[in-house]
Design a binder for this molecule. Structure first.
Ligand SMILES: [Zn+2]
Length: 543
């Protein structure tokens, strides 16, 4: 048969040049000496032998000889059409041994070789791209000592001294590899090329954060990594097998969700695994799935997890209470989940209820400010509103999700008293700009009192000071969230200024008070006013 020998070099642009052509007679061996050939540094050469013959009819091997202690190194040829696409072998650096992986791309297209070096419970993975006719040498001692990073940025530990190496191409018949174990000190060189087939056989999901609050952005949900296996007899299925481990070789990765609760935010590839970040769009669950596809072999696998987007909400019953009164607070977690920690907080709405000062504003209190959800995902407690009229926002927090509802704290049915011809409204301040709200009974009586006083003493005008704030409640006239106004909370009180009422007129005015719904006035002369009360005393009473 006619045999052609090519010699490939990798030092510059990889190139295979014709070296020899000769005829091998049937059932015989031909030996050729290639004495004048110069190799590239680091063994980056390969021979490529073709014959016009059927597969298996020709065997070839190359050997090197020298006059040194190591007299002969032999390398068996590998079959280009070998159905196996990779190999694996133990490696060692012990006793000054070198372990060198030699890869050769004998195909016409650039090929990726996935190389995984493992040992001492660590793994390094790198894809080497070889041009046509390129030979690459990968020296493991060099990788360890120079701290060469793999595709994921990891390095092998300096202490590592032995392990397993595997290499493969996506399809068979395009590249070859062999592991050379050599020791200059011991004059030893052996090469191994245990052939194996590797296929993508599964996808494995690694979980990150799979439960998160609604509104969360760019949550690191997890990753998916391809597993390669060795196909098993008797069927040698293309996308199934056993053993091996995580790997990548130009696989394609994609992510999807099956529910709008979770949206894919972004994905990234770390050299071995595809990672996904998600956004929590709405309360609920969604399956987040990563798919790995090997286009060369049409193998496709998916793996993922169910993600849960949690939302806390708060409902109040009732939503309006009088100052100091109670409402029932229910915090609900969706989707419902028992045993989740709940915390509650209250905050006053600034400038609500006629209080323009903001700092130090008190809020009410919870019977239980913390708790856990029941099987319905709910937690219920009581909230006692503050003594101040206004709005208080009740917030429940579960697993980082907040829900809130605003409670109106108000004395019902207060109406504003506007100015009239026979009385002057006094008392507003910058912190309490509107302070003449009262019950309709109080307001009607105040108008009547002023009118009757003017009838009795023509030209007489009364000064009305401080009724109640728009939503009632404690009227901290000094803007410090406390007394001295003790009453003035329910819209039934008003202070009538004394100094502009002549002493001679006062007995008549007191009678007018009594006749117009305020038999229970307090003569607070020391404070220059009468304190009127239309109706039963609020608690506490006075001033
Ligand atoms: Zn008063």
């Amino acid at each position: 048969m006619s045999v052609k020998v090519k010699y490939s070099r990798s030092s510059a642009k990889p190139l295979a040049q014709d070296l020899e052509s000769f005829v091998v007679p049937a059932l015989s061996t031909v030996e050729r000496t290639l004495g004048s050939l110069r190799g590239d540094l680091n063994l980056r050469n390969s021979f490529f032998i073709t014959a016009q013959a059927k597969p298996g009819d020709l065997l070839a091997k190359v050997w090197s000889t020298s006059k040194s202690e190591l007299r002969r190194v032999e390398t068996l040829g590998k079959d280009e059409k070998d159905p196996e696409n990779g190999g694996t072998h133990p490696w060692s650096l012990e006793s000054n041994t070198e372990s060198t992986l030699l890869l050769f791309n004998h195909n016409e297209a650039t090929q990726g070789f996935s190389v995984t070096i493992s040992g001492e419970n660590t793994t390094g993975h790198k894809v080497y791209k070889l041009e046509p006719m390129q030979t690459e040498q990968i020296n493991i001692r060099d990788i360890v000592q120079r701290r060469v990073k793999d595709e994921t940025g990891r390095t092998l530990p300096l202490s590592i001294s032995n392990g397993q190496i595997r290499w493969f191409t996506q399809v068979s018949g395009v590249g070859k590899g062999r592991l050379l174990q050599s020791s200059r000190a011991r004059a030893m060189a052996r090469n191994f090329s245990c052939g194996t087939t590797y296929v993508l056989c599964a996808a494995q999901f690694g979980a990150g954060t799979t439960t998160f609050p609604v509104g969360s952005q760019s949550i690191e949900f997890g990753y998916v990594v391809g597993l390669v296996c060795m196909p098993q007899p008797p069927f040698y299925q293309r996308c199934a097998g056993q053993g091996a481990g995580p790997d990548d070789l130009n696989y394609q990765y994609s992510w999807a969700t099956d529910n709008t609760s979770i949206a894919i935010a972004s994905t990234w590839f770390d050299g071995l695994a595809s990672h996904v970040r998600v956004n929590g769009q709405a309360a609920g669950t969604a399956n987040v799935t990563g798919t790995i596809y090997d286009p060369a072999n049409s193998c496709r696998f998916s793996a993922g997890a169910t993600g849960t987007v949690q939302q806390a909400s708060v409902s109040l019953n009732p939503t309006t209470v009088a100052p100091g009164a109670q409402t029932t607070v229910t915090v609900t977690l969706q989707p419902a989940m028992a045993g989740q920690q709940v915390s509650l907080s209250a905050a006053a709405v600034s400038n609500s209820g006629g209080h323009q000062q903001t700092s130090g504003r008190p809020v009410g209190s919870f019977s239980n400010g913390t708790g856990t959800t029941n099987s319905g995902g709910q937690f219920t407690t009581q909230y006692t509103a503050s003594a101040f009229g206004g709005s208080e926002t009740i917030t429940g927090t579960i697993n980082g999700s907040n829900g809130s509802q605003t409670l109106t704290v108000a004395v019902p049915a207060l109406v504003q008293l506007f100015s009239g011809p026979n009385y002057t409204l006094v008392g507003p301040t910058s912190t309490h700009p509107v302070d003449h709200y009262g019950t309709s009974t109080a307001n009607t009586n105040l108008v009547n009192i002023a009118n009757q006083y003017a009838n009795a003493f023509p030209g007489g005008v009364l000064n009305y000071n401080d009724q109640s704030l728009p939503q009632g409640g404690l009227f901290d006239v000094n803007a410090n969230w406390t007394n001295p106004h003790v009453e003035h909370r329910l819209g039934i009180n008003c202070d009538v200024y004394q100094p502009n009422v002549p002493v001679a007129n006062r007995p008549t005015l007191l009678t007018i008070f009594v006749n117009n719904g305020s038999p229970n006035y307090l003569d607070e002369s020391a404070l220059n006013h009468w304190h009127l009360r239309f109706g039963a005393a609020g608690n506490p009473a006075g001033d």
